[in-house]
Design a protein around this ligand. Structure first.
Ligand code: OGA
Ligand code: NI
Length: 197
């Protein structure tokens, strides 16, 4: 994995947005997609909120995805492999970049046809513990025209990223506003945050 971690760090240092096309293997993605579909079948994917604590609310005109948080205590083999990969990635970041990551949190996300997430920043206004945002895409057959791209607003440039299988994107949670364009097909991902506390 170290080559992929190096690719992620190099692109992050170069452009502020780290990217790799093969962070998740297709076997691991298949297993994670099955879990996500299982949660959806059991009605365990819940519409996501905005804000934290007393600011928390749900607003379907702003954000229409459904989420399910992963538990680190899981016995599911794909999720165990996923967390092993994340542990390796965090150790690599901490050792090579002194990133000081102490914690992380991840959720599955499901955007049904027509869903979107308007422009936002991932850091909460009263809490800057989220350092890096990470998104891993689980869409095997994403095609041009399917929508659902991630758009990241940098100072002088906007970047548009297709949510294709295996891809991982990472950037500073407090730095770039970003949005998910309306998708015309089911769009699946795992989103997470690396935190200092
Ligand atoms: C988020 C988010 C982007 C994506 O969940 O905060 O911005 O591409 N997701 O799914
Ligand atoms: Ni976001």
């Amino acid at each position: 994995m170290n080559l992929i971690f190096e690719e992620l760090i190099a692109s992050y240092l170069d452009s502020g947005v780290g990217q790799s096309c093969d962070f998740l293997s297709s076997e691991l993605s298949d297993g994670l997609v099955l879990n996500l579909a299982g949660h959806e079948m059991k009605n365990d994917m819940k519409s996501a909120g905005i804000g934290q604590n007393e600011d928390f609310h749900k607003d379907l005109t702003y954000r229409k995805d459904k989420i399910h948080w992963l538990e680190t205590t899981t016995s599911n083999s794909s999720e165990r492999l996923f967390f092993e990969l994340i542990d390796l990635w965090i150790s690599y970041l901490n050792q090579t970049c002194y990133a000081g990551i102490m914690k992380s949190e991840f959720h599955y996300a499901l955007y049904e046809q027509g869903s979107f997430y308007k422009k936002h920043l991932d850091q909460f206004s009263k809490n800057d513990s989220r350092v890096f945002s990470m998104i891993m895409y689980l869409n095997a057959n994403w095609k041009e025209g399917d929508g659902g791209e991630l758009v990241i607003y940098k100072e002088n440039e906007t970047i548009k990223i297709a949510p294709s299988l295996g891809r991982m994107v990472f950037f500073d949670s407090g730095k770039y506003e970003h949005e998910v364009l309306p998708t015309s097909v089911t769009r699946m991902s795992i989103t997470g945050w690396l935190k200092r506390s």
